[in-house]
Design a protein around this ligand. Sequence first.
Ligand SMILES: [Zn+2]
Length: 395
Amino acid sequence: MDVKVRSGDTLWYYSNLFNVPLDLIIDSNPQADPSSLQIGQTIRIPGYETSQYRIQSGDTFWKIASERRISLDAIALLNPSVNPRMLQIGQVLFLPVQVTYRVVDGNRPYDFNVLTTDLNELYELYPFVRRETIGSSVMGKDLVELQIGRGPKVVHWNGSFHANEWITTAVIMQFLNDYLLALTNKETIRGLEIAPFYNEVTLSIVPMVDPDGVDLVLNGPPEGEFGELALTINDGNTDFSGWKANIRGVDLNNQYPAKWEVDAARKPTSPAPRDFPGYQPLTEPETVAMAELAGARNFEKMLAFHTQGEVIYWGYEGLEPPRSMTIVNEFERVSGYKPIRYVDSFSGYKDWFIQDFRQPGFTVELGLGVNPLPLEQFDEIYQETIGIFLASLYM
Ligand SMILES: [Zn+2]
């Protein structure tokens, strides 16, 4: 929601008027100097939208405000040209509406288009969310990173490293929406105050690492050369439900230089629906973007969300720091998921992250069953994951 600054208005005043944390208003208006607002300047109020109301007989600003539990001055602010002493029946007023509902519904086939639409709605409602394009997929789709908060502790989550595990993107996006609602409306999640995280944590999220692959699994092969290539790799089969790789048949979570040669020696040697690690490490734009992001951001911890197994992989060659065990034990406590320290598999993002940065890195395997997990499991998986999301912030 936008408001126009009047003489004497301050961001602090808006924070009180709408009961929205001041930090969120400041960060939603990076172009504004909080110490010298200009009269007539547009200021964005996060977590609000406007509705239109038609004046009826007997209405006054006071009556309208008290019926909706909003302040008189909020109505005046949104309707600067309306004289409250001369209301006309049928006249239209703009009223502030605090957004208390999700715009993201994760419980649906969550492809790149749905992601893009949901992101645009979230940016509109929560302008303090920062977005960066960290690269492009093979087919040119934006690889998007979101950042929320201004804390020194940078916590990173990513989803859909594997195409047919796209439900991870849906889970992350729905929680992001709940997190933004809790920040703006000063609410708790599972009894935990969310507001303090804004200044303690910078949350970095890449919701969909493999958008081309996700779209292939959900929508079938695209027109043109990449669709034909994928069909060839899939032996002409139009069912792509077993596809984990990117659009040209490279498994993005087998692309990292952490004993890559060991894995490559026992994996497919040419493009495949899954497990082909590439002809060399880091040949794909998606894997390069994620490697560069880790190099740029100084993640305090990293969680890569996959499906399935209800387990959490947390070690790599003994290079993981001691606190990784403390953290994964907390993840287990809040989710019931079982920690697994070592596994005979290398060259994943988590492996490389631990090896190169010596910070806690986790591969979290959501849900149980055969990928792609059916949406009937969405709500259950979502509930299991909430505790892990929260623990990654406070641990
Ligand atoms: Zn996976």
